[in-house]
Design a protein around this ligand. Structure first.
Ligand code: PMP
Length: 375
């Protein structure tokens, strides 16, 4: 009987491998018996959400017997204000992940192609595969590239766009590399793509980027009806646990996604918290400033151990450990520090380290030095 159900699945599902999340703290506690664990593995905001959002979550508990507002009216209105778009352009999702999958469900299928970069965010291949569509994977920039090693090569991606391409996924910045693209280069790419190809520009880490050449692509929506921008409350807004993200697109694309999405795909606490979080930009700014200073400190500690650090605009860094990284990953676990191996991305020598609070980063740095001293 073994394997029978697996063979009964839809064609795309047969070759599907599940997303690999960071190791949960409780799992490490159970397996290794270590305490006071520091998790730097899932690119969360270690400071959590704004106090305003926390208050709204507590207040929202009183209404949990009710279904959420299926249209997310208030949150959409706040997002429309923030980005200067009409509410009809917004699709809310259970995390931006939800919207990425909806886009693939809506626009892909057997014989239809999707383009993305090597080392791009792992959800793109999963969504393309689940839809039974054709993967067109562009080579990334080389490992010794001075600006963005392993980053997206827009020329290589553009060369793969053809008549059958319905979606192009661009992560800007990208996870797990942390690399980013200047706004103008992305805009030129969108300009050159056929109008029947949707460009999905994933800006999950947008708030962390301080390069003046970077751009919030929401501003281009009027100009490019085939542009879909995704953003999230999971990163700088510190609401990963509540699951809320969104896309900004042409209203017709939003209408298509609305046909497919679950009626109540964003829960009521998430709707409340996200709206309140938008009202406290000072909290996000503070978190980003601490993150960016701490990122430099973590990167310097890795460099002191002879690792090469990929330049990052995010709340994590990708480092080349110079050898198979599995041993170092395990040794850090023994020290109670969880980072993220990225062998599943085809980067077996690398580790991805999320930036924590200053104290958590101290723990990582000490653990790294302890492991190195013991070698
Ligand atoms: N895009 C990128 C590039 C990400 O790294 C992530 C989270 N790891 C997401 C999208 C999805 O995040 P969420 O579903 O929490 O919005």
């Amino acid at each position: 009987m073994g394997g029978r159900f697996s063979q009964l699945t839809a064609p795309g599902v047969q070759g599907l491998k599940p997303y690999q999340p960071g190791k949960p703290i409780a799992e490490l506690e159970r397996e290794y018996g270590v305490r006071d664990i520091v998790k730097l593995a899932s690119n969360e905001n270690p400071f959590g959400p704004s106090p305003c959002a926390q208050q709204r979550i507590v207040a929202g508990v009183a209404d949990l017997a009710r279904y959420p507002d299926a249209n997310g009216f208030e949150l959409k209105r706040a997002l429309a204000d923030r980005h200067g778009v009409a509410p009809e352009c917004i699709t809310l999702g259970n995390g931006s992940n939800d919207v990425l999958v909806l886009l693939a469900q809506a626009f892909l299928g057997p014989g239809i192609e999707a383009v993305y970069s090597r080392y791009a965010f792992a959800v793109y291949p999963i969504a393309v595969q689940a839809a039974g569509a054709v993967h067109r994977v562009a080579e990334a920039r080389p490992a010794d590239d001075e600006v963005a090693p392993y980053g997206h090569d827009l020329d290589a991606m553009g060369a793969l766009v053809g008549e059958k391409t319905r979606l192009v996924f661009i992560a800007n910045p990208n996870n797990p590399t942390g690399t980013w693209l200047p706004g103008e280069a992305v805009r030129e790419f969108i300009e050159a793509v056929p109008r029947d190809t949707l460009v999905v520009l994933d800006q999950a880490y947008l708030d962390y980027v301080r390069d003046p050449a970077y751009a919030n692509a929401a501003e281009w929506l009027e100009r490019y009806p085939n542009l879909v921008v995704t953003q999230t409350f999971s990163k700088a807004y510190g609401l990963a646990g509540l699951r809320v993200g969104y896309s900004l697109s042409h209203p017709e694309v939003a209408e298509v996604l609305n046909r497919l999405r679950q009626p109540f795909n964003v829960n009521s606490l998430a709707l409340e918290a996200a709206e309140a979080a938008l009202g406290d930009p000072g909290h996000v700014e503070h978190c980003v400033q601490v993150n960016n200073a701490e990122r430099a400190r973590v990167a310097a500690a890795c460099a002191r151990q002879g690792m090469s650090v990929v330049p990052s605009a995010c709340n994590f860094v990708l480092v080349d450990t110079g050898r198979d990284a599995a041993g170092l990953y395990e040794a850090l676990l023994q020290e109670g520090v969880i980072v993220r191996p990225v062998g599943n991305y085809g980067l077996p020598r690398h580790l991805r380290i999320s930036i924590g609070t200053p104290r958590e980063n101290d723990r990582f740095i000490v653990a790294l030095e302890t492991v190195a001293a013991g070698e």
